[in-house]
Structure formats: C-alpha cells, structure tokens
Design a protein around this ligand. Sequence first.
Ligand code: ADP
Ligand code: ZN
Ligand code: ZN
Length: 661
Amino acid sequence: MAIVAVALEVPISRLFDYSADEPLATGQRVSVPFGRRQLVGVVVGHPARSDVPAGQLRPITAALADMPPLPAEWLSFTEFASEYYQQPRGELMMTALPPRLKRATPLRRKPVLAEASGQAWSFVCDRTPTPAQAGAIETMGAALDRNATFLLFGVTGSGKTEVYLHLIARVLEQGRQALVLVPEIHLTPQLQRHFAERFPGARVAVLHSSRAAVERVEGWIGAQSGSAQIVLGTRLAVFTPFARLGLVIVDEEHDASFKQQDGSRYSARDLAVYRAHAAGIPVVLGSATPALETWSNALKGRYNLVTLAERAVPGATMPRIEVVDMRKDAIEHGLTGRLLAAIDTRLARGEQALVFLNRRGYAPVLACGACGWVASCVRCSAHTAVHLKEQRLRCHHCGYESVIPRNCPDCGNVDLHPFGRGTERIEAALAARFPHARLARVDSDSMRRKGEWERTHAEIRDGAINLIVGTQMLAKGHDFPGLTLVGVVNADAALFATDYRAPERLFAQLLQVAGRAGRARLAGEVLVQTRYPEHPLYRAVIAGDFAGFAGSELEERKRAGFSPAVAEALLRAEASSRSAALGFLREAAAHAPDANGRVTLYDPVPMTLSRLAGWERAHLLVQARARGVLQRFLAEWRSRLEAQRTPRGVRWHFDVDPIEF
Ligand code: ADP
Ligand code: ZN
Ligand code: ZN
C-alpha cells in the first residue's frame, strides 16, 4: 500500500491523504471519496506517513488512466501560482484544468498522442519584414535559448504580429512549442487565421472558456504531448501543460482582462513572465501602451525594451488626433457638428468611420423627472441600464434584468426619462442622420450570437459596413484598412474616476482606439469630444506621447504611494451586511502578523461597487516596499485566518496585485 497526497478543489490550503494499492505517479489524476461526494484530484506527493490514523485512511476510488500524468513543470508552476496569489493549491490547480478533466468518467475517444513533433509544417513568408521588424526579430531571436523578458513596445500598426510569427517560426524549427496569449476571445479568430495561413501543416490548439469541452481537452492534451506546436488562448491558457515550451507571447499585455477577477485571482501576464523564467525561455510582452508596471520594469532594465516606432505598411502614418471642444460646437444627440461633418466626408469618399464609446445599451440611467426615482439593480449598488430594443432594464454588473416600467413605481408619473447615452442610442442617432450609411453596432450585446462577430468583422474588412458604433470590443488589436476616422464620445467620464488606474486606462484606450484609424495608406483622423480640451491627459494623447505620459504617471504613483512604487494586496470580505464584512476585516487586522512596520495595513473600507449580486463587499489594503516582505506577511496571515473559524455568512479571499478597488 502507498500513501498519496491529493490536491482537491476545496477552498482550504491543504492536501488530502489517501491510500493506493500501487504506487501512483505525481501528476496522476485520481477520483477519490470526499465526505459523501466523489471528487477528481491530482496526486502531488507521496508522504512516508500520514497524520490520518492508518485505519481511517480512505483508499482512492480509481486512478484515471485516460491521459498521461500532468508534467512536473506544470505542477511546480501551479504551486508557485497558488503561493504567489495566496489561493488554495487544489482550488487553483483544478480551476486550471479543462472542466472535462475534472470528471471521473474516462475520456471516450483517446486523443491522439503524437510522438514528438512528427508534424510536417512550413513557414510562409511572402513579404520582407521592415528594417525595424527585422531588428526586433534579430534581438529577440538571439535569446531563444535562455530566459529573457522582452517588452515589444510597438506603436499601433507597427506590425507586432509579423514579429511574433517570425519568432514562432524559429521556435518551431527547434522542435519546440509556442504559447500565445490574447486578452479576449474575439481576438483569437484573426490570429488563428494568420497561423493557419503562415504555418501550413502546423497544429494550432485554441483554448478559451467558450471552446467546446472536447476541443479544450484535445488542445490541452495536444500541448502536453507535444503534438500541438502552437497554443493560442485567453488568460486561462497560461496554465496549459507543455512538452517542450520554447516561447511565450502576451499580446496587448496591458489589457486588464489578463487579470482573473473572481475565483482564483491571478494575472496571466505576470504568470507568463514567471513561467518563462522557470523554464529558461524568453517571453515577449507586446503593446503600444504598456502597463505602467511593465514600463517601469523596462525602465529599470529588468525587461528588455524593443521598440517599433513606426507603422509597418509603407506610406502609412500615425493618425492625427484632435480634441473637439464640446462647449464651442453645436451638439446633436451627443455628437458634435465637427464629428458629424467628418463622418459625412468619409462616407462620401467611400471610406469608413467608427464612433467609439464604452457604454452598452441605450442609456445608463432611467429616472423619473417628477420625484427623482432612479431604476436600480435589486442586487447591486448600481443603476440598471436601459436596453430599448429588448425593452429591458439590465444590470451590467450582475446581469439582473427587468421590464422597463410604464410609470414610476414611486409616484406613478408616466414620464420616465433615459439619461446619458449608450451605443444603442448613438446607433439610433447615426441611423437617423446618415440614412444611407451601412451601419453596424459592435458591442457584447449585438455580438452575442455565435458567429456574429466573425461575420461582422468580415463585413467591416471588405467594406460592406461603412459606419460603425462600438465599444472596446473594437478598440483593441483589429486591423481595418479602410477605416480612416475614429470619433470618441464621452471619454470625459473617466477623467474624474477615483481609481488611481483610471488615467492609465483612459490613455491606453484612447491610443488603442485611435490606432484603428489610417492603418493602411489612407491617412487617419481621430476626433475626441471633450469639455476639457486642455486636460494634460488629452495633451499627451494628441502628441501620441506614451513615454511622457507614463513618466508623469509613475512620478504621481510614487508620490501617492501606489503600485508599482509599492507592492499591494487586498484582503477582501463579502457578507450579507456591510457591518459583517467590515467587522471581519477589523478582526482579521487585529490578528495580522507583526511585520516591524515594514507592512502597512489600511482601514477596511467598502468597495467602490459596494454591493454586487447580493453581497456587501469591503476590503483592506496592504502595502509593502518590498515584494518578498509582502509575500511572507500574506502567507503567514493567510494561515492564521484559515486556522480561525470564519463567521457564518462571511467569505474572504486575498487579491494580490489588485486592479479593482
Ligand atoms: P500591430 O499589432 O502592431 O498594431 P499589425 O501586426 O496588426 O500591427 O500590423 C499592422 C498592419 O501592417 C497589418 O495590416 C499588417 O498586414 C501590416 N504589415 C505588417 N508588417 C508588414 C510589412 N513588413 N510590410 C507590409 N505590411 C506589413
Ligand atoms: Zn416618480
Ligand atoms: Zn446587479
């Protein structure tokens, strides 16, 4: 008989011992009894003896032999992730597994486990990289046999994709595999197409949460066995096991969606950097607007800065960005005369225009003019947005929906007014103003149906659509050669947000969406509507001056004592009442380890969105100058908190390197 330590998907930081008739490999999936349930877990150790008395040690139910054990590199990587992010190891490991592998029923069709990379593939390179691209490929290509973190800082349209493709070709040539992470699911089809065209014969596995269960498992096992040469996916793909990983690429590395915000909280970008480090391979972080954390690492020389300063298409220049002073221009449905005239010109010339605003629905607020009633979510501390086409009020935080009331529930007044503008409302205004335009709205509501985005994307590319209103779905990563005008509506809303990251996000968003204009030979123009044309942030956007903006933001963060000048974490509590959440945090602070003043604990406060889906949320900010000090402090604090009984109805977790407050 052997004893095995098994990691299970339970919210406590410990392993569970079981007995097995025969020795089991580390990384072996097993099904085990847990209380009255059966769970699938992973063998992570072989303790010589167990704290569980011999007679009470339960045997495993079965060793799942439908795939090889998870590799050692994967086990130590997920262990690191669980320690760094203060998440229970079993919980983190099991979140990383495709759901199908968490079931005890064996995989029906054994996925093909190709030996090494037997696949015949080639690299199609039918155009010459620009000198700047060639330089970048040389610099990074020279480091393929060792660990290095590169920041590929390339302006929008500088041809970062081409650089990635060349590096991947070199890695595949060595018989190794490449992992490419993108921020959002809808960015995968175009890269997938690039890979298919440029690497005929190569096997590409696509991994994201909307993938069918079978495809996810096949992609996963393909990567683990080495038969899939390229893995393309969203943040969860950072946990893919590999046989011979040779390169990691994180495209649009600044994007907030690399951070998982619930369940196991982690940053796929930062984990990619760690994983490459542990594996002794290079990692490339690509962006036109790097995260300030990344930029600061590049300035300090921890990351190697590789710059692409110009657009790749011969003759293409950066778009001209201007602010339109809303106080001085006539406004029709939120759109300035200047912007409307510019759209007119583009349509007449047979070009395309995009109106960008980051707000879905018809209007963010429905209110009663008579008594001041405002439609709100019953589960969140938030207003519900008006979705006119579907005749619904919808909460954008929890998804709660209701019908649009005919009259005010408080005073009976029938005159309810939508306030503010969302994409649906701008779409209606544009349809009325440009009746002959071929108009499309692109946001997560209009693109919900499967295949809708691919179809619209193709229609924009081939010109069947010439006027677009859209959210951030369109702001990042896309290449539309006929698009020459971008109008930005309602950017001011983000200028006065309380979150210290708001300016960074707004700057990145504006530069990214501006970057959609004029990517081919046609010159691009960007008009940002604002009531604050003199604001320094807009000044920097107009100048396209990322370095200048980042420099002053970093100074500001240093002065104010925020990341990346300090290392940060939150202890967050959720409960049915605010006082219970705050009470838990106060109690937790009282039991925090003593760190000799090297760690600062702030007072617990409610979160900005204090109630979400029925939970009252509060948190306590922890800061330290040194990352290691913070890590040791958190580990000790967590074990103390786990040893105590959590009050009924309260749940808590750590959020390390938080981006949401
Ligand atoms: P980025 O991701 O840096 O914003 P892309 O990789 O999307 O830029 O490339 C922008 C455009 O430049 C694309 O249309 C691409 O086909 C084109 N392009 C890239 N490299 C070259 C090159 N060497 N010669 C000509 N066009 C190029
Ligand atoms: Zn009323
Ligand atoms: Zn809600």
